[in-house]
Design a binder for this molecule. Structure first.
Ligand SMILES: Nc1ncnc2c1ncn2[C@@H]1O[C@H](COP(=O)(O)OP(=O)(O)OP(=O)(O)O)[C@@H](O)[C@H]1O
Ligand SMILES: [Mg+2]
Length: 246
């Protein structure tokens, strides 16, 4: 190597700095990606059909096998209605203003470990809150439950694209019907099969705003009244579902 070529070589210190900068950029990109899961959500065909039916149907049930993406699908849709960040492919229901939601499962623990985890991030690690389907930069506030399962949230406040703020309250079926009364909501999401009285109370909360009721579960209670009410849908609706999910 000539002396002038040697002079072009970066010093070990400069090489180390460049490497550190590259690692920092990669870490920052990873952090941003993890805090914006909603931006990369692409539904599977049945999830897509479920979303699309929200434009024409107030009540929807996604009943499917274990681990096929029921909770992910429900959380992604709720996150869109809370933030107003609808992707280009979206053909479902749309609000241009902040919305009010409740979401829950059968127990406080399950609500924390499924619905809260999917929307907000790992309940046990506060520094991870903002890595769920509600993007980190939209999660502006939260309040913890004062009793019950540790690290359970009572509600979150989410920045909406219009400039206002949406809210989501976490509920559980074991709180009983009384705790599902009182508020006027735009939407309710039940992850796991709700008892009929909770389902009906949740739906009532959305009547004034002609809002949405979404239910996502693997049936464990057999042919319950809630399941039956969906399976009794008319043939035209069933044909529409099959066409959208094809
Ligand atoms: N459209 C999607 N794109 C990429 N990954 C997905 C999608 N939908 C679901 N997943 C992933 O599939 C896995 C299972 O999803 P999820 O927990 O929603 O399933 P589930 O049907 O609710 O499961 P369970 O029966 O345990 O309640 C998760 O890791 C989730 O991130
Ligand atoms: Mg699930």
């Amino acid at each position: 190597m000539t002396s002038s070529a040697r002079a072009m070589q970066p010093s070990p210190a400069a090489t180390r700095r460049a490497l550190e900068e590259a690692v920092a950029v990669a870490e920052e990109m990873d952090r941003r990606r993890r805090r914006n899961q909603l931006a990369v959500y692409l539904p599977y065909p049945k999830q897509r059909a479920f979303h699309e039916l929200g434009r024409t149907h107030r009540e929807r049930l996604l009943m499917a096998a274990n681990q096929v993406g029921k909770t992910h699908c429900g959380a992604a849709e709720v996150a869109m209605h809370l933030t107003g960040r609808y992707p280009d492919w979206w053909r479902g229901r749309r609000w241009e203003r902040p919305t009010r939601w409740w979401a829950g499962s059968n127990t406080t623990e399950n609500t924390r470990d499924t619905v809260q985890r999917k929307l907000v991030g790992d309940p046990k690690q506060m520094e991870e809150w903002g890595t769920g389907l509600v993007p980190g930069d939209a999660l502006v506030d939260w309040s913890r439950r004062t009793h019950g399962a540790a690290n359970s949230l009572d509600s979150i406040v989410v920045r909406h694209a219009s400039g206002g703020k949406s809210t989501l309250g976490f509920k559980s079926y074991d709180q009983g019907r009384e705790k599902w009364q009182g508020e006027t909501l735009d939407g309710v999401w039940c992850d796991e099969e709700p008892p009929e009285d909770i389902y009906s109370e949740g739906k009532t909360r959305t009547n004034v705003e002609a809002g949405l009721v979404m239910v996502t579960f693997t049936p464990l209670l057999g042919m319950s009244q809630v399941v039956k009410s969906f399976l009794d849908e008319n043939a035209a609706t069933l044909a529409e579902i099959q066409r959208l999910a094809a």
